[in-house]
Design a binder for this molecule. Structure first.
Ligand SMILES: [Cu+2]
Length: 133
């Protein structure tokens, strides 16, 4: 019994080695893909009365994750102006003290961001997202 179980080890290890090699090759392909336009970016914004910090944020093409923390005393939100002037509400409400996350993918360009609650944008709650090629 012991002898036969030892005889089986080499075959087992060969399978493990082949599976490992396949996984490594697959991982290398994923890593290559990730270094291209499928990269992901993280953008942090602080919202409060009445501004976004920082005023300008930069990301590349790919998935952009916004983390928006409301450090103010009242509700805020996050709206993005897409190409052609279309407004997209990324986060409809961020309660005081809350951090909200949203992901978007955008072509290169400059995108105004603002809070659409009445008067907030005019009071200074605006920022710019620059998406680089
Ligand atoms: Cu606001």
């Amino acid at each position: 019994m012991i002898g036969s179980s030892i005889d089986r080890w080499p075959a087992r290890w060969r399978i493990v080695a082949v599976v490992s090699a396949v996984l490594l090759a697959f991982g290398a392909v994923l890593a290559l893909a990730d270094s291209g336009r499928n990269s992901s970016f993280s953008v942090g914004l602080i919202a409060r009365e009445f501004l976004f910090e920082p005023k300008e944020v930069t990301a590349g093409t790919g998935e952009i994750a916004f983390f928006v923390k409301n450090q103010g005393a009242i509700e805020h939100n996050l709206v993005l102006v897409a190409a052609g002037g279309k407004t997209v509400t990324l986060i409809s409400i961020i309660e005081p003290g809350q951090t909200m996350r949203v992901t978007v993918s955008l072509p290169p360009g400059l995108y105004p961001l603002y809070c659409s609650l009445p008067g907030h944008k005019d009071a200074g709650m605006a920022a710019t997202l620059r998406v680089t090629p």
